[in-house]
Design a binder for this molecule. Structure first.
Ligand SMILES: *[C@@H]1O[C@H](CO)[C@@H](O)[C@H](O)[C@H]1NC(C)=O
Ligand SMILES: *[C@@H]1O[C@H](CO)[C@@H](O)[C@H](O)[C@H]1NC(C)=O
Length: 146
C-alpha cells in the first residue's frame, strides 16, 4: 500500500529539475548541468525501490575508450553501492571513444535500494574511464523516504 501510494504521488509530481546544490568531486570533464527526475526540489526526495534518471550535459577534456557508471550512497562516511543501469556509460547518448571537446548528454538510471534507512545522505555519482579516472564525479544531498 505504501509503495502504491508512493507511485501515485510520483506520477502526480513527475518532473525534473536542474541540480544546483551539487559538489564536483574531481571531474576530469566539464559538467554543464545535471538533471534528476523525478525530483522537484532540493534535496531531491528519493523513494526506496523507485528508479531515478539523471541527464548530465558535459564536455570531455580527455580521450576515453570505456566508461562505467558508479553510484554510492555515503552513509556515516562509508560508501554503500547503489545499482546503476546500465553499468556501461557508453551508448545512451554518449558515443565512445570520447575525444577532448566532445559535448554529450549522458543518461543513466539508478534504483534506490529498499534496504537503506530513511535519512538524509550524500549520493556520489561517478563515470569512470578505462584508467580508473573520473570523467564525471559529483556529490549531491538526497533525502531517502519510504
Ligand atoms: C549543454 O550545455 C552547453 C553549455 O552550457 C549548452 O550550450 C548546450 O545547449 C547544452 N545542451 C543541451 C542539450 O542542453
Ligand atoms: C543492501 O543489500 C545489498 C545486496 O542485496 C547489499 O550489498 C548492501 O550492503 C545492503 N545495504 C545495507 C545498508 O544493508
Amino acid at each position: 500500500m505504501n509503495k502504491y501510494l508512493a507511485v501515485v504521488a510520483l506520477l502526480s509530481s513527475c518532473s525534473a529539475i536542474f541540480l544546483t546544490e551539487y559538489t564536483d568531486c574531481g571531474s576530469h570533464g566539464i559538467i554543464h548541468s545535471i538533471q534528476l527526475e523525478p525530483c522537484n526540489q532540493e534535496p531531491c526526495i528519493i523513494h526506496k525501490g523507485v528508479s531515478y534518471t539523471t541527464h548530465i550535459n558535459f564536455t570531455a577534456k580527455e580521450h576515453s575508450d570505456k566508461l562505467s557508471n558508479v553510484c554510492h550512497g555515503i552513509i556515516a562516511g562509508a560508501p554503500i553501492p547503489f545499482a546503476v543501469y546500465p553499468l556501461n556509460a557508453c551508448g545512451n547518448g554518449v558515443k565512445c571513444p570520447l575525444e577532448p571537446g566532445d559535448a554529450e548528454i549522458y543518461t543513466a538510471t539508478v534504483t534506490c535500494p529498499t534496504n537503506v534507512s530513511t535519512m538524509r545522505l550524500a549520493g556520489k555519482w561517478e563515470v569512470v574511464d578505462q584508467n580508473g579516472l573520473d570523467l564525471i564525479c559529483f556529490v549531491v544531498g538526497l533525502k531517502i523516504v519510504d
